[in-house]
Design a protein around this ligand. Structure first.
Ligand SMILES: C=CC1=C(C)c2cc3[nH]c(cc4nc(cc5[nH]c(cc1n2)c(C)c5CCC(=O)O)C(CCC(=O)O)=C4C)c(C)c3C=C
Ligand SMILES: [Fe+2]
Ligand SMILES: [Fe+2]
Length: 344
């Protein structure tokens, strides 16, 4: 009898799972890119400079110049301009795969931290469908204040003013999951098997972060370096073959080093002419992988004397990636919520 009483009463409401990525402009145009960058670059988690200093720079220079340049870069990777951006399309495929694996008791939705589908609209949709328990899965394997914590902030802000707030759970990071490391290693070997050459060097290139954020305590750099360590241990590749670098600098301050572009430009002179670049910090291909690495970085590596270059696709909608996202959601987020419902 005591055991019976210990059981929680079954809650028949559906459970929500919101999978969140960074977001992209609504279209590959300067206007849409300006709206996206306006929201993105006003986030204190992304740019922590005082608004008295930052807003004149942002409004006076960046939002006048960058949107046209970035829109051109987006257009080069977008495909059909009537469709959504690559990052959003891939995230929707991931969501469909996770939904299929979790079954109909869980409602899985796509959300973007900036732009659409927005976090507040997605939370509203889940709550309208009756979800009283919502799990949030930021699609960033390594934690950073600028990404993961920014999702936490936005979720919390979205609920301001609500009288009936759902029970919430968040995933902080998943880079140490053995299945994640195994999927990265398999994606690398699958990709290398399609080539008729072997790389002399494989870069694990992570999105950069201002060095000052790490100096203030952000663990992102450590988590990236640990990801590469785990990948070395899994593949047996040593540090001379598998090397960490950081890409996508923004502005004149020092960012995490070594920089991917400078490394690639220097490698041919050191006799390293065949390079593969993989990007284990990105769960989906996006502007930073498809344009900055697969187009721009390849061009500058070949100009510097490299002979062979390849960019390894992100894990995207690979079955092992979707399996691990569903498994992490079940184990680390939904856990006893699912048990409670399933017991009834
Ligand atoms: C201004 C500072 C920026 C910080 C800090 C930053 C951190 C950061 N970003 C990602 C992941 C992505 N960033 C992407 C694009 C992008 N990033 C910045 C700036 C910062 N990022 C800008 C201005 C842009 C927009 C594009 C451009 O104009 O160059 C993307 C791709 C988005 C897409 O639409 O495809 C991703 C993904 C991480 C993981 C991170 C910190 C760890
Ligand atoms: Fe502003
Ligand atoms: Fe970024």
């Amino acid at each position: 009898m005591a055991k019976e009483l210990e059981k929680r009463l079954p809650d028949p409401s559906p459970i929500g799972l919101m999978m969140v990525n960074l977001g992209s402009p609504d279209a590959p145009t300067a206007d849409a890119t300006r709206r996206y960058l306006f929201e993105f670059l006003h986030d204190y988690r992304v740019v922590d400079t005082s608004r008295w200093i930052w807003c004149p720079i942002l409004h006076g220079i960046i939002l006048r110049i960058r949107p046209a340049r970035s829109a051109k870069a987006y257009a080069s990777i977008w495909g059909d301009p009537q469709e959504e951006a690559p990052l959003i399309r891939i995230t929707r495929d991931q969501v469909a795969g996770v939904q299929a694996r979790l079954g109909e008791r869980v409602i899985v939705e796509t959300a973007m931290r900036y732009g659409n589908p927005s976090i507040p609209d997605t939370l509203d949709r889940l709550m309208e469908q009756g979800c009283r328990q919502i799990a949030v899965l930021p699609l960033y394997p390594q934690y950073a204040g600028a990404t993961t914590a920014s999702v936490y902030d936005k979720v919390a802000k979205s609920l301001i003013g609500q009288w009936d707030v759902p029970e919430l759970r968040f995933l902080r990071d998943y880079y140490r999951e053995p299945a994640f490391i195994a999927a990265l290693a398999d994606s690398l070997s699958d990709h290398l098997a399609t080539l008729d050459w072997k790389p002399d060097r494989i870069l694990t290139s992570y999105h950069g972060l201002p060095q000052s954020y790490v100096d203030k305590g952000d663990p992102y750099q450590r988590e990236c370096l640990e990801t590469t360590e785990l990948l070395r241990a899994h593949t047996g590749y040593d540090a001379t073959l598998l090397q960490s670098t950081f890409q996508s600098r923004f502005g004149p301050k020092a960012w995490l080093q070594p920089y991917t572009d400078k490394t690639l430009e220097a490698l041919p002179e050191q006799g390293v002419k065949k390079v593969a670049v993989m990007m284990p910090g990105f769960s989906a291909d996006c502007l930073e992988t498809l344009e900055e690495i697969a187009i721009e970085a390849e061009e500058s590596f070949l100009e510097a004397g490299g002979t062979h270059f390849t960019a390894v696709p992100c894990l995207n909608d690979r079955a092992d990636h979707i399996d691990l996202l569903a498994d992490i959601s079940r184990r680390r987020l939904l856990g006893d919520w699912l048990d409670e419902v399933e017991e009834c």
